[in-house]
Design a protein around this ligand. Structure first.
Ligand SMILES: Nc1ncnc2c1ncn2[C@@H]1O[C@H](COP(=O)(O)O)[C@@H](OP(=O)(O)O)[C@H]1O
Ligand SMILES: [Mg+2]
Length: 359
């Protein structure tokens, strides 16, 4: 007999305890899952379930936070790129050949930048898919914690968090764009890039120039720290093209826009996208259109695509199709990038043969 004449039924006590355990499990499962993910990665991000960057509700990420970490990752990766170049310890290797037979190089700058960028993003956002150009060595992990700081310029432009399901996100990292030019000590072409696609659509783009300490970022339907130039030459455009993976691009450009057209050969897809924008860097050439006709990888182009899209521009295949940033890592259809121009009219102008020969 219990005090005051109340009899406790053993079954009732058991049901009550089970219910209590259920509530506790619900409250802490997301939290523990996050902790476990970090434990597997070998570290702790330090935030509780309600802290910024947390995915305790089992799967949303805030794009504004992801942008802050992407900018930090591009800058931190850039520090590695710069340090390796300045110490002249590139340790250059050949990692294969492109379809066209050009040698693909890799240096310590690529590897060390990749390590910083990948682990910074992975530690802050363990649940999102990250695709990166270089191999991630699981035996050489580095846990770099994000301090949860969102820079002032991002807070000013993007005033509210923007949650999306974690499984809809694909992050693309290029830890060193223009590796060929990096090995030739042509520093102005070099960038580090992060892109975030949501359901395959490019939404966040970050392009950082480590040797100029310049970073451009943008969120589609969000904000940016860079803008388009005030004028572009549509009639006789300056066309920026690859200097080391050019294929037939010069013939295509001259055939489309006439012999008076200025062709600017340059390294790096990031550099070439920045040439279309209003970038306050004296080492940055300016162009009106970017054309690429050979195969190219999505980590090379996604950030530029997001930036252009956020500012009202376009990056499509040569036949004007949008590029989807999920699934395979290659883009077969060539590239046409423009801003404040009639993009569809440019597509129509390009020779039919070129549009179909890269599919
Ligand atoms: N045909 C091709 N096959 C594979 N990668 C290519 C390519 N053409 C260009 N790229 C890559 O796209 C980026 C920009 O190229 P480019 O400077 O020629 O315009 C470079 O990236 P990385 O330097 O990150 O490897 C380059 O390797
Ligand atoms: Mg690269």
């Amino acid at each position: 007999m219990a005090p005051m004449g109340i009899r406790l039924s053993p079954l009732g006590v058991a049901v009550f305890c089970l219910l209590g355990l259920g509530v506790l499990y619900h409250l802490y499962s997301g939290f523990l899952a996050g902790r476990f993910a970090l434990f597997v990665l070998g570290g702790d991000r330090g935030g509780g379930p309600d802290s910024p960057g947390s995915q305790a509700d089992g799967g949303t990420v805030d794009l504004r936070e992801l942008l802050a970490v992407s900018v930090l990752a591009a800058v931190r990766g850039g520090e590695e790129v710069k340090r390796v170049r300045e110490s002249n310890a590139l340790n250059e290797k050949a990692k294969g050949k492109t379809r066209e037979g050009a040698e693909e190089k890799m240096t310590s700058g690529d590897v060390l930048s990749n390590r910083k960028m990948f682990y910074l993003l992975k530690t802050a956002f363990p649940n999102v898919q990250i695709n990166t150009e270089e191999h991630v060595d699981a035996a050489d992990q580095e846990v770099i914690l994000w301090d949860h700081n969102i820079p002032e310029d991002i807070l000013r432009e993007i005033t509210k968090p923007k949650e999306v399901p974690a499984e809809s996100v694909t992050v693309w990292i290029d830890p060193l764009d223009a590796t060929q030019e990096y090995t030739e000590d042509l520093r102005k072409y070099v960038t580090t890039m992060v892109c975030v696609a949501v359901n395959g659509k490019p939404v966040l783009g970050v392009i950082h120039k480590p040797f100029s300490a310049y970073t451009a970022w943008a969120m589609v339907d969000g904000g940016s720290n860079v803008k388009a130039r005030t004028s572009y030459n549509e009639k006789t455009p300056r066309i920026i093209v690859s200097r080391s993976h050019s294929g037939t691009v010069k013939q295509v450009a001259l055939q489309t826009f006439g012999n008076q057209t200025t062709i600017i050969p340059a390294g790096g897809a990031g550099y070439k996208v920045l040439s279309l924008l209003d970038v306050p860097d004296e080492n940055q050439e300016k162009a009106d259109i970017y054309i690429h006709v050979t195969y190219i990888k999505k980590w090379d182009i996604c950030a530029g695509n997001a930036l252009l899209k956020a500012l009202g521009g376009h990056m499509t295949t040569l036949s004007g199709e949008e590029i989807s940033y999920t699934g395979s890592d290659g883009n077969e259809g060539g590239l046409l990038a423009s801003i404040n121009m009639n993009h569809q009219a440019l597509v129509k102008k390009l020779p039919e043969l070129e549009k179909t020969s890269h599919k």
